[in-house]
Design a binder for this molecule. Structure first.
Ligand code: ATP
Ligand code: MG
Length: 459
């Protein structure tokens, strides 16, 4: 590792940066994805500075496959857009450019400036608009954690490290750049990112980060519900859902997201509810590990199932007919869940279907008309399930869910094995793929035809 300020070797990187050469870090330029490398080269050839940055550099140092490649440059968004025909400027709070390829979008950001006065803030210090541009040595202090603040230059095959990010990675440490409470107040979502990276990377948040989260966690309720939904799905559906829930609870971050669920799990840390939620998260983690599509509605149906049962019971006691009790309870529980975190309507509809199918499936196993009936193996072949059940749109997901309930000890395993005859374990193509977030969720409608055609072509 050498500390250098020589511009020949390090472009405009100032003296404080540590430049780490290939011999030490071992990441050759071909480890950067082809599309990202093409964007980087084009920016450089047009006279701009450009680096791969953030998670991709961190993941390569850890020997992991990067999820995506982010690029940072001194070119302004308009200048980037002009260089790439198939690109668009997105975002208001942060304006960034998406360069669009077949099946991949490369995100290009412009170095953020560090002048605190020029950044628009809300009353609690939250950054509301951030389009002040700057240099690399300012940009680095706008990033969240040391491990996410490394810049890689593929031409020189060098890593630029201003904040001892490599040391953080070697120590598996999640260390916030700057004063933790100021940084969490600027953007409370960074607290959820702390939980996500602790789970995903198996890094330990520093004591300051843990303390900062405890101090600032209530600020999360001020974040836009759509952004909280996006980050919550990344946490729970990113492949480390079980570990993410552990960290959410350890940092006491479940409360600002889903207060009722948090309370229930605190009251009964073990038991059926916990077992079911762990089962649903584990099933999701397994599917992600096997590259199978995951359905966010399935996950959310699991998180709130026991809340639903409690609410339904309340209505049943009041002599409300069972079907109506379910509808009322579902309305109540989903409205409660969506108080802080958005739950898109199209997902709420799927959740309702999965929930509604549960009692149907329990009724119709083996012999009809008997609730909570334990079916013995001999009955299986004698009774055909009603066709409207097996043909229901979310039948397979509902059976999977039923089996997770059985696994959690809520009902007999034989109910699960009865329905498994009609709905073997889901594969990749069994059900429509459900997107976690679409433009329609924000009321933006479908992309216009012209854009849709464009987005299939190369950047
Ligand atoms: P992942 O593996 O999930 O993609 P990542 O670290 O690349 O992780 P991104 O959300 O893709 O995360 O963001 C890219 C980089 O942008 C981060 O590594 C970090 O440097 C910076 N960044 C993203 N979100 C924030 C934030 N809320 N506050 C500060 N810096 C951020
Ligand atoms: Mg990334």
């Amino acid at each position: 590792m050498n500390e250098t300020s020589t511009s020949a070797q390090s472009g405009s990187v100032p003296a404080q940066a540590r430049i780490i050469d290939l011999a030490e870090h071992g990441i050759t330029a071909d480890k950067i994805g082809e599309n990202a490398r093409w964007v980087l080269t084009r920016l450089e050839e047009s006279g701009f500075e450009a680096y791969a940055v953030g998670g991709c550099v961190r993941d390569l140092l850890l020997g992991r496959k990067p999820k995506d490649f982010d690029i940072v440059t001194n070119a302004r968004p308009e200048e980037v857009k002009r260089l790439f025909r198939f690109s668009r400027i997105i975002g208001r709070r942060f304006r960034i450019v998406h360069v669009i390829f077949h099946g991949e979008v490369i995100e290009v950001t412009t170095f953020r400036g560090g002048d605190a006065d020029q950044i628009a803030r809300g009353s609690e210090g939250m950054i509301t608009r951030d389009n002040v541009f700057g240099r690399i040595d300012e940009d680095v202090f706008r990033r969240d954690f040391g491990c996410n603040a490394l810049y890689y230059h593929p031409g020189r095959e060098q890593i630029v490290d201003f904040v001892d990010g490599v040391a953080d990675i070697n120590a598996r440490r999640l260390h916030m750049i700057g004063d933790v409470t100021t940084r969490f107040a600027e953007d409370p979502v960074r607290m959820l990112r702390a939980a996500r990276f602790a789970a995903k990377l198996d890094f330990k948040p520093t004591a300051e980060v843990e303390r900062g989260v405890r101090q600032c966690r209530d600020l999360l309720t001020q974040v836009a519900p759509a952004r909280l939904y996006d980050e919550t799905i990344k946490l729970l559906q990113g492949g480390q859902g079980v570990a993410s829930l552990f960290w959410l609870q350890r940092l006491d971050l479940l409360e600002p997201l889903f207060p009722e669920l948090d309370q229930a799990l605190k009251k009964q840390p073990e038991g059926i509810e916990r077992a079911l939620i762990d089962g649903v998260l584990q099933a999701t983690d397994n599917r992600v590990a096997n590259n199978l599509p995951v359905n966010p509605a399935f996950l959310l149906a699991g998180l709130f199932w026991r809340r639903l049962c409690a609410a339904r019971e309340h209505w049943l006691v009041q002599r409300v007919p069972p079907d109506d009790a379910l509808i009322l309870a579902a309305d109540e529980v989903l409205a409660q869940a969506a108080r802080n975190v958005m739950i898109p309507r199209r997902l709420a509809d799927i959740i309702r279907s999965i929930w509604a199918l549960q009692s149907e499936l329990e009724h119709h196993c083996g012999q009809t008309g008997q609730r909570w009936r334990v079916v013995n193996a001999d009955n299986h072949t004698s009774t055909m399930p009603p066709e409207n059940l097996t043909e229901a749109k979310w039948f397979r997901a509902a059976v999977d869910f039923l089996c997770l309930r059985a696994q959690a000890g809520e009902l007999s395993e034989s109910v699960c094995s009865f329905w498994r005859q009609y709905a073997p374990e889901r594969g990749a193509q069994d059900e429509p793929v459900v997107a976690a977030l679409t433009a329609e969720d924000f009321g933006k409608g479908k992309p216009r035809r012209r854009n849709r055609r464009r987005s299939r072509r190369r950047g």
